[in-house]
Each structure stands twice: as structure tokens, then as C-alpha cells.
Design a protein around this ligand. Structure first.
Ligand code: SAM
Ligand code: DTB
Ligand code: SF4
Length: 327
């Protein structure tokens, strides 16, 4: 077994620091590795919605749950590219396409997703996909199509995993992450907080994420959106300072990663989001909708960024230019 980068004891000790000391350290690490004014804006699109055979307890799209949802078959490539164009016009630099599949199957649907990835990349946007489990050869095809990153979350600790999902294992998640890495694609890998897990579970998740080799290029921090008709619909809301702690620890342990505030922002105050940005969060999903649940609209986010003196980050193909030059 290779030696781990960070011990569980160390991650635990970081997590338990006085909150403001932790935020201060995370802010220092953030400023040493990133421009603290930059905020990466990403847009999500559900390219295939609902009907998923996995039993994830939080998800509106699982056939095992009873969430009110209109199922939709795989979108047409031209419709996806139209949405990508709109996302680019409204300032997003990354376009993430999500499909409610347990795993990718080779065939026409996957061929179409590869075409979408190529189209999005050709537009000068970073392309990201989240399609469920993936083999190494499928990862290679996505890489050839130009994929920047693959989103595949560990979601919670290994210990808590089967309290939330029983149709797959933690090791299967890790296998896909290995296939993604072997193909030379960056991983976008994080989790969901507020599913009833303990503090120790959050520490364990952060420990696993930070010890991935290579570390994730981006770390989405989702807060549970309690969807009606799912087993987690009545889950008590997470203490917001636990969320801030996780963001700060993620920033310290993964200094180069984009730490992305993902699901759950709609119910988080702008003051708490400002604290999260101070603690190192530097990416958000923008637009009225995530995959199936609502998100703060563009106007709210544009106003928040302006109030805090933050600016949308320029696309990777325009690196070196200022935001104005790239526009
Ligand atoms: N089916 C693929 C998979 O599970 O990897 C991709 C789509 S799945 C919807 C992407 C991620 O969305 C999940 O890993 C989870 O972190 C997040 N997610 C789904 N439902 C959520 C909810 N109700 N609240 C917060 N995050 C959620
Ligand atoms: C991630 O970690 N969060 C995004 C993205 N990756 C694909 C998805 C959030 C989905 C929230 C629930 C929904 O809208 O269905
Ligand atoms: Fe939802 Fe993804 Fe789980 Fe399917 S695998 S139920 S889409 S989170």
C-alpha cells in the first residue's frame, strides 16, 4: 500500500480547530495559490433526466424514489450546444452535462455525448460530464472528444455510504476515478453534506478526497437539497458552520483545487456564502436550475459577486487576458 499524504488524525485536528483560525489559515492558503477575486462560473445541464436504477437516497432521479419529476430521454446534440452557447454568453466558462445513468453503456447514446463534448470544447468552454460509472476505454474516448473534467463524487465517507446508497459500493466509485485519471482527465470529486452523517464522516470524506492521487482538480461541496419523495426529504438542515469548516479544510488540504459551492446555495445566506468564499471556495454553479432542483438565478449571483468585489474568472483558453479583454 502506498503511504497516504495526510493521516486521518491530521485531518481531524484541522477540522477541530477554532473556526476563525481555520478560516484564516484557509484564506491564506487560498491567496497563495489563487487570485482571491476570481470566481469560476459554471453552468449545469441535465442532458438525460430521471429513470436511474441506482437507489441514492438523496436523488430526485432514482426509480427507487418517489420525487415528482418529468423523465426526459437523452437530449439532441444541437439543443445541448444551444444551451452551452447561452451559458457562455452569460459568463460561464465551464459547462457540465449530467445524465441520470448508473454507468455509461457503449452505443449511440454515448457516441452522442462524445459529440456534445466536442461541440462544447470547440466553443472555448471547459467541458465536464457526469454520467455515472465509466470504464477506462470510455474515459479515453471522452478525453479524445476534448473533455476537461469528469464529475464523480464520493458523496460521503466509506463508513456512511451504505446508509445512503446500496446499489453500488465505494470501491466502484474509486474504480471510475482511477479510470478517469488513467485517461488523463481531471477529476471533479466531492460530496454532499447534511445527509445525517456525523462529523467523523465528514472528516473521513475529506481525508479520502485529499489522499486521492492525483488530487481532484475540483471539489464540489453540495449541501443536501431535501427532495420530496426521497428517503432524505425530512433530514434536519446542516449547521452552516459545519459547511464552512468543510470548505476551509478542503482548501487547506487541496490548495490547487477549485472548491465549488454546488447544490444547496439557494437556502444559504449571502453572509454565509461570503464566509465560504473567504475560506477558499472559488467556483459556483450559476443559473436558475442545477440538474432538477432550483439554484439562485444569475441576477442574484451577479449582485453578490459585485457586492463582494469578486469577478467571473476568464475561460482557460483566454488565460493571460483580463476579464475585459476576454469578453
Ligand atoms: N448519475 C451520476 C452520479 O451519480 O454520479 C451523475 C449525476 S448525480 C445527480 C451528480 C451528483 O449530484 C451526485 O453525486 C450528488 O453529489 C449530487 N446530488 C444529487 N442529488 C442531490 C441532492 N438532492 N442534494 C445535493 N446534492 C445532490
Ligand atoms: C455536483 O457535485 N453537484 C452538481 C454537479 N455535481 C453535477 C449536481 C447537483 C445536483 C443537485 C440536485 C438536482 O438538481 O437534481
Ligand atoms: Fe441520481 Fe446519479 Fe444516484 Fe442515479 S446514480 S440515482 S442520477 S445520484
Amino acid at each position: 500500500m502506498t503511504k497516504e499524504r495526510f493521516s486521518l488524525e491530521y485531518v481531524h485536528s484541522l477540522y477541530m480547530r477554532a473556526l476563525l483560525d481555520l478560516v484564516y489559515e484557509a484564506a491564506s492558503v487560498h491567496r497563495a495559490h489563487h487570485d482571491p477575486k476570481d470566481m469560476q462560473m459554471c453552468t449545469l445541464l441535465s442532458i438525460k433526466t430521471g429513470g436511474c436504477t441506482e437507489d441514492c437516497g438523496y436523488c430526485s432521479q432514482s426509480v427507487h424514489n418517489d420525487a415528482p419529476l418529468e423523465k426526459e430521454i437523452l437530449m439532441k446534440t444541437e439543443d445541448v450546444l444551444e444551451q452551452a452557447r447561452k451559458a457562455k454568453e452569460s459568463g460561464s466558462t465551464r459547462f457540465c452535462m449530467g445524465a441520470a445513468w448508473p454507468r455509461v453503456l457503449d452505443g449511440k447514446a454515448f457516441d452522442r455525448v462524445c459529440d456534445m463534448v466536442k461541440g462544447v470544447t470547440d466553443m472555448g468552454l471547459e467541458a465536464c460530464c457526469t454520467l455515472g460509472m465509466l470504464t477506462e476505454s470510455q474515459a479515453v474516448r471522452l478525453k479524445e472528444a476534448g473533455l476537461t473534467a469528469y464529475n464523480h463524487n464520493l458523496d460521503t465517507s466509506r463508513e456512511f455510504y451504505d446508509k445512503v446508497i446500496t446499489t453500488r459500493t465505494y470501491d466502484e466509485r474509486l474504480d471510475t476515478l482511477r479510470n478517469v485519471a488513467k485517461a488523463g482527465i481531471s477529476a471533479c470529486c466531492g460530496g454532499i453534506l447534511g445527509m445525517g452523517e456525523s462529523e467523523q464522516d465528514r472528516i473521513s470524506l475529506l481525508h479520502t478526497l485529499a489522499n486521492l492521487d492525483p488530487q481532484p482538480e475540483s471539489v464540489p461541496i453540495n449541501v443536501l437539497v431535501p427532495v420530496t419523495g426521497t428517503p432524505l426529504e425530512g433530514q434536519q438542515a446542516l449547521d452552516i458552520f459545519e459547511w464552512v469548516r468543510c470548505i476551509a479544510v478542503a482548501r487547506i488540504l487541496m490548495p490547487k483545487a477549485m472548491v465549488r459551492l454546488s447544490a444547496g446555495r439557494l437556502t444559504i445566506s449571502k453572509e454565509a456564502q461570503a464566509l465560504a468564499f473567504l475560506a477558499g471556495a472559488n467556483a459556483i454553479f450559476t443559473g436558475e436550475k442545477l440538474l432538477t432542483t432550483p439554484n439562485p438565478g444569475k441576477n442574484a449571483d451577479t449582485a453578490l459577486l459585485a457586492e463582494l468585489g469578486l469577478q467571473p474568472r476568464v475561460p482557460f483558453k483566454d488565460e493571460g487576458k483580463t476579464s475585459q479583454e476576454a469578453a
